[in-house]
Design a protein around this ligand. Structure first.
Ligand code: B16
Ligand code: MG
Length: 216
């Protein structure tokens, strides 16, 4: 059967811009304050998963149980530290390569959307000057289940009025590629997700998206 890609759904953190270091710094400060071991290896498991699930992963190393209220307070503390760092972002944090590639993809007639687990996605898009660019934004504010559940991408496809089979998901996290596969989307992996077994198109750089055949 002939396949046609009519839309692209981009993960935000690790694909369009690089807020992962800010997530790490904020979780690290929180974990240090609690005396909980936290390093880059544990941080890798947080990519693409929700704030609440991220905290549960970090608390695996804690020496005691935390109450629901304490967990809520820790998440608020982390988010506060994270947002203070996001405030330093400007349109200069969007690379020329990403900007030019997005423009070239749009010129091909593709519909373009964001599919991010983050509740801060729109704030980040504002900071980097892309808030009005995408045809749809599906993020942590409109979903109940985060990646590897496909909900965030299914909502994005629905907003674009496309079927999953007509959309390519671009992800840097294995949880995101799993989500795309579960939803029957085409899948491009960059960064940590480039060499993942379930990745269909392996991207060495963002502009490699321009080489993916839209019809096959
Ligand atoms: P927030 P993405 C994800 O963004 C991050 O990769 C993940 O580390 C984070 O926990 C999640 O957003 C939720 O973020 O705390 O801002 O709601 O990669 O799906 O764009
Ligand atoms: Mg990501």
């Amino acid at each position: 059967m002939k396949q046609q890609i009519k839309g692209i759904i981009f993960d935000l953190d690790g694909v369009i811009c690089f807020t992962d270091i800010y997530h790490y710094n904020a979780w690290k400060e929180m974990a240090d304050g609690e005396g909980i071991e936290f390093d880059l290896k544990i941080n890798d498991r947080l990519k693409g998963v929700s704030r609440a699930e991220s905290l549960e992963i970090i608390l695996e190393k804690a020496s005691r149980e935390y109450t629901p209220q304490e967990k809520a307070d820790l998440m608020e503390l982390k988010n506060h530290i994270y947002r203070e760092q996001l405030k330093t972002m400007t349109p200069a944090d969007l690379s020329e390569e990403v900007r030019n590639t997005l423009d070239a993809l749009r010129a091909k007639g593709l519909k373009l959307a964001i599919g991010s687990s983050s509740k801060n996605a729109k704030f980040i898009l504002e900071r980097i000057g892309l808030i009005d660019f995408f045809d749809a934004i599906s993020d942590g504010t409109n979903i109940q289940r985060s990646k590897p559940d496909p909900q965030v991408f299914l909502m994005a496809a629905q907003m674009l009025q496309l079927n999953p089979e007509e959309c390519l998901v671009v992800e840097d996290a294995e949880a995101g590629i799993d989500a795309a596969e579960a939803g029957h989307f085409h899948r491009a992996g960059i960064g940590s997700a480039r060499d993942y077994a379930k990745t269909e198109y392996r991207l060495d750089s963002f502009q490699d998206l321009l080489n993916i055949p839209l019809e096959s």
